[in-house]
Design a protein around this ligand. Structure first.
Ligand code: UD1
Length: 405
């Protein structure tokens, strides 16, 4: 009998994670892969465009939940998904990332006694004001299979008492999609099409409530981007949430000599093309922190914390507060210290989805080390600290430095 796997996705960052998993499962004759789209994101450029570009088949079910408060959106996904799962009776439900659709689907599946697999498990910002953090913690608690993108994600789970046999260190599915699309993105040469030169512009994306919901913060950020655009053009694909907030606050980009371009959200390949050739990325997105690290493009994340500290310690990412001077200073420094080679992160190698399929279909294990090995690592780290305190302190400070300035 075929293994029946249902993937539930709903919002833009889910689609890039689903695509490589779907491609891997499609290669296997012994799996039936059913795709459910909750409809959390519904604008064509936030949803359908990604299915097309990433070669994801049309969803088998579309729940059409749309926008709403967190409670109503989560509840709508739960109510509409339950009959689908009751009817399809899957062996496993796969959920992705940290959006409201993720936690809603995990709750429904777990209560129906269906095994939940969480792709991109174990990330923690420690920031409970972020809805995504609540979604991550609850989803991980409900999941029987935790697919970990990095060792530190496994260590977060071990610290919460999750048994290591539930975790599989498979790597990062976002990077699978990136590797798959990179040659097309380079060919697309989106920068040249917009009259921009290689490494001669900045890409900005901001949509988190902490940055766009308060008009004063949003104005400060827009002002900083405008100021930066006097030196380098800034391309800002505007998320619908940010667009709404800009409109509500009556904000438009300033005109005094800058080149700040507010454009509609762009597709996956075009965005990758723009990011790959950028001098700098300014963002509050999770995925872009990872993509810029993989590509070696300097990145400033406008947040006080990140659930992806590996991108600060080993990658090109730095945190920065939503203040004009801090942002402008950090932008200059980030571009000056662009790494000569791309950082290498363990298992960010384009094969994470293949490992997920091997876990699901062949019962393979990709172990995260047990707790005593984690404490061995901690011991090694403290020994290293004695030997090279400056070096380690610098690594740790990467994550917080810009916040402190
Ligand atoms: C969601 C995720 C966030 C992710 C982001 C990526 C949660 C809690 N948040 O945030 O983690 O980084 O997606 O995009 O799930 N809207 C449209 N058209 C759309 C989708 C949204 O106009 O296709 C507008 C609506 O006004 C909606 C608002 O954007 O109310 C917010 O959408 P929602 O899906 O609730 O959350 P995001 O801010 O997109």
């Amino acid at each position: 009998m075929k293994l029946r796997i249902v993937s539930v996705v709903g919002a833009r960052p889910n689609f890039m994670k689903l695509a490589p998993v779907d491609r891997e499962l499609a290669k296997r004759g012994d799996v039936e892969h059913v795709i459910v789209h909750t409809g959390q994101h519904y604008d064509p450029e936030m949803s359908a465009a990604f299915f097309e570009e990433l070669w994801i088949p049309a969803p088998d079910y579309h729940l059409g939940v749309g926008s709403g408060s967190h409670a109503s959106q989560t509840a709508a996904v739960m109510q509409r998904l339950e009959p689908v799962l009751t009817q399809t009776r899957p062996d496993v439900v796969l959920v992705y990332g940290d959006v409201n659709s993720t936690v809603a689907a995990a709750l429904v599946a777990a209560k129906l006694g269906v095994r939940v697999g969480h792709v991109e498990a174990g990330l923690r910002s420690g920031d409970w004001t972020m809805p995504e953090e609540i979604n991550r913690v609850v989803t991980d608690r409900l999941a029987a299979l935790l697919f970990i993108p990095s060792r530190e994600a496994g260590h977060n789970l071990l610290a919460e008492g999750v048994p290591s046999d539930r975790m599989h260190f498979v790597g990062n599915v976002m990077i699978d999609s990136l590797c798959w699309a990179l040659s097309r993105a380079v060919e697309r040469n989106a920068a040249a099409q917009r009259g921009l030169s290689d490494r001669g512009y900045v890409v900005a994306t901001l949509h988190r409530p902490s940055n766009v919901d308060d008009p004063a913060t949003l104005e400060t950020l827009l002002d900083a981007l405008h100021c930066l655009s006097r030196d380098l053009p800034v391309v800002f694909p505007v998320h619908p949430r940010a667009k709404q907030r800009l409109c509500d606050a009556g904000l438009t980009p300033g005109r005094n000599g800058g080149d700040l371009r507010l454009i509609e959200p762009v597709g996956y390949v075009e965005m990758l093309s723009l990011v790959a050739s950028a001098a700098l990325v300014i963002t509050d997105s999770g995925g872009l922190q990872e993509e810029t690290t993989f590509l070696g493009v300097p990145c400033l994340t406008v947040r006080p914390n990140t659930e992806r500290p590996i991108t600060c310690v080993h990658g090109t990412n730095r945190l920065v507060p939503p203040r004009r001077d801090a942002l402008l200073g950090a932008a200059g420094r980030a571009m000056e210290r662009r790494p000569p080679v791309r950082p290498m992160i363990e298992r960010w190698d384009g094969r994470a989805a293949e490992r997920i399929a091997r876990v699901l279909c062949e019962d393979e294990c990709f172990e995260v080390e047990a707790v005593d090995q984690v404490s061995d690592n901690a011991r090694e780290l403290s020994e290293l600290q004695d030997r090279a305190p400056g070096q380690l302190r610098r690594a740790a400070m990467f994550a917080t430095k810009e916040v402190l300035t």
